[in-house]
Structure formats: C-alpha cells, structure tokens
Design a protein around this ligand. Structure first.
Ligand code: FNR
Length: 190
C-alpha cells in the first residue's frame, strides 16, 4: 500500500539547504511513499490562550498531520537545538491537552548543515521533544548531512553516488519502519 508522508522543513529561509535536502530525499524515496509538505511559516506564536479556539493556521496544521500516515522532519540546527519556528509548530500540534497530533505517529528526523556536525545536536534535541510527544521515531539509521553545493543540486539531484545511496537506504528503512509501526499501533487522529 502507499503511505502518505507529511514533511516539515525546519527552516524559513528562502535559500534553505534543508529544503534542498527534502527535494533530494523525495527523489530517492520508494515509489509507494507520497509526500506533502506541512508548512510552519504562517503559524502565530503558540499560547495556551488559543486552546479553546485555535486559529485557522493551527487548525490546518493539525488537519495536515491527521491526513498523513507518517512524518519526516528535515531541519537545520540553530544554536545546538531546533529552530524556534519548528518548535512552535510542534507545540501547536501537541495541544490542546488530550489532542496531541503526534501520538503514535511514525516519524523520522534528518538535517543538513554546512558544518561537519551535520545537525547532530539539533536532532538530539528534536528527538527529546518527539519522545515526549509520543511519536514513534525511527532510531536508526541516523543521518547527519554536511551540505555541499557540489553534492546537492537545487532541484534535489544528488551528484555523489555514496551520498545518494546512503539517502536512498535511509528512505527505504523509513518506508519499512512506517509499515511496521502502522501494523501494530492504532493512532487516534485529532
Ligand atoms: C545557524 N547555523 C548553525 N549550524 C550548525 O551546524 N549548528 C548550529 O548550532 C547553528 N546555529 C545557527 C543559528 C542560527 C540562528 C542560524 C541562522 C544558523 C548555521 C546553519 O547550519 C546554516 O545557516 C544552514 O544553512 C541552515 O539551514 P537552512 O536554513 O539553510 O536550511
């Protein structure tokens, strides 16, 4: 069966290397994964004051997560953590209390930076957040991508064979992992 994957790009930059990475991942992913971006840039800042009446952007966010089988986070590392825009989106989706959109959802995390650390610290922070949100995270393989314009074309073409095969294997594992989680864990869609 085909699985619907919603992906988050953690960057609001118009020249985001993580957006390029998301294009590359979609290119090498198994054919039976369908991708749609879940955008985060229009969300206001979360406050519990909204819990009784979510604004349209936040309702759309929760509806988009409810509409997919799994989620993929493609995010930069900001100051050794995740960008505030992404944390804000996660906070919105995790609420109102008792209507956590991430409960039991299959999830994977990946990210690119210019530096060699390849978003490792940011991903560790994101994993802690997703653990609390009760998402079912693929724990292996990990993927810390050092971005180079020589390897990633803007349209997502990967020019380096070993990088392409690594990312292909990452997405194949994700496909297998999503299938496994969905067979054993029912998810309440809120
Ligand atoms: C960064 N950058 C960065 N890089 C890194 O490897 N570790 C870090 O902690 C940070 N911190 C950080 C904070 C802020 C506020 C900015 C703007 C940038 C650099 C970052 O990896 C680089 O800007 C990437 O291009 C960001 O990814 P996008 O936005 O291009 O997808």
């Amino acid at each position: 069966s085909t699985y619907q994957v919603g992906y988050f790009v953690g960057s609001l930059s118009s020249t985001s290397i993580n957006r390029v990475l998301s294009r590359a991942l979609i290119r090498v992913a198994p054919d039976d994964l369908d991708f749609s971006e879940i955008t985060i840039g229009a969300l206001p800042l979360y406050s519990p004051d909204f819990d009784d009446d979510y604004p349209p952007e936040a309702r759309a966010l929760k509806a988009a997560i409810a509409a997919v089988d799994a989620i993929l986070f493609v995010t930069p590392e900001y100051n050794r953590s995740i960008p505030g825009a992404l944390k804000n989106a996660i906070d919105w989706a995790s609420r109102p209390w008792g209507q956590n959109s991430f409960d039991h959802i299959p999830a994977a995390v990946i990210g690119a930076s210019i530096g060699q650390i390849g978003t490792a610290m940011g991903q560790q922070n994101l994993r802690g957040v997703l653990s609390f949100c009760n998402a079912r995270q693929m724990t292996s393989p990990e993927a810390y991508i050092q971005y180079s314009p020589a390897v990633f074309r803007d349209d997502g073409e990967i020019t380096d064979d070993s990088t392409r095969e690594f990312l292909r294997a990452f997405m194949a594992e994700f496909r297998a992992y999503v299938g496994m989680v969905l067979t054993v864990l029912p998810r309440q869609k809120v």
